[in-house]
Every structure is written in structure tokens, then in C-alpha cells.
Ligand binder design. Structure first.
Ligand SMILES: [Zn+2]
Length: 129
């Protein structure tokens, strides 16, 4: 039977290696927008209207502040790659955390009965003299 702890550690090493390889990234969500202008007789006011666009807008929240910026069409491919890299980063980090928790649970099961018992009070132990 394979050692589950060893398998977890192997996967964590793979995750670390992949994280080290990640290219440029940024958080966010791309949305498309179509606009209507103020020019009389413009195609955007025809029937049916042919609005201007698409314009690409990048929205993201960082440190509790939301940001929004327009993305130039020529930068779209690069931005999309950065968003993909960011999603990969989050997925890898989540997987790592999940594995770490699993490893802790496995460790606890294999520990001696002594270390399973919890301290009855929250009073911090005094340092040994
Ligand atoms: Zn127009």
C-alpha cells in the first residue's frame, strides 16, 4: 500500500515547482461593453443599432478596493494569459492548503495517544526553567 503522507508530500513538491514556473499574473474579471456615442446619425443609433465596441474592461478587487480599467485590444491576449495564470495560482494554493490539512489529519491519526489529548485550559504553559 502506498504511503499517503509521501504521496501528499510529492504532490506539494509538484505544486511548488509549478508555482515557481508561473508567468506574469494579475487578478480580475474581463467584461465586454458596447457604447453609444453622441454623434447624430451614427450607426450606433440606427435601427437596429450597431453600437461601438466591444470594449474590454478589467475589474478586480485588491485589498478591499475595487478597480476597473479599460484594456486595449492589443493587450487583450496578454491580459487573458495573466488572468489564467492568476487562476492557476489560486487553484494551486488552494490545493496545497487542502493537502496540508490532510497531512495534518493523517499525522494526528498516527500520533501517539499522548499527543491526541488536548490541554483542558487555554492558560499558556510556563516555559521550562
Ligand atoms: Zn456612435
Amino acid at each position: 500500500m502506498p504511503n499517503p503522507q509521501a504521496a501528499i508530500q510529492r504532490r506539494i513538491e509538484q505544486i511548488k515547482a509549478e508555482l515557481a514556473q508561473l508567468g506574469p499574473l494579475r487578478p480580475g474579471h474581463l467584461s465586454q461593453q458596447y457604447n453609444v456615442c453622441g454623434t447624430p446619425g451614427c450607426r450606433c443609433k440606427a435601427t437596429p443599432p450597431r453600437k461601438h465596441g466591444p470594449y474590454y474592461q478589467l475589474s478586480y478587487t485588491w485589498q478591499r478596493k475595487s478597480h476597473s480599467e479599460f484594456v486595449r485590444l492589443e493587450n487583450l491576449a496578454v491580459i487573458r494569459q495573466q488572468l489564467t495564470n492568476y487562476d492557476r495560482l489560486r487553484a494551486l494554493v488552494d490545493e496545497w492548503i487542502g493537502l496540508a490539512l490532510k497531512a495534518t489529519q493523517l499525522q494526528r491519526k498516527s500520533d501517539s495517544p499522548l499527543s491526541k489529548s488536548r490541554p483542558k485550559s487555554r492558560t499558556p504553559r510556563k516555559a521550562a526553567p
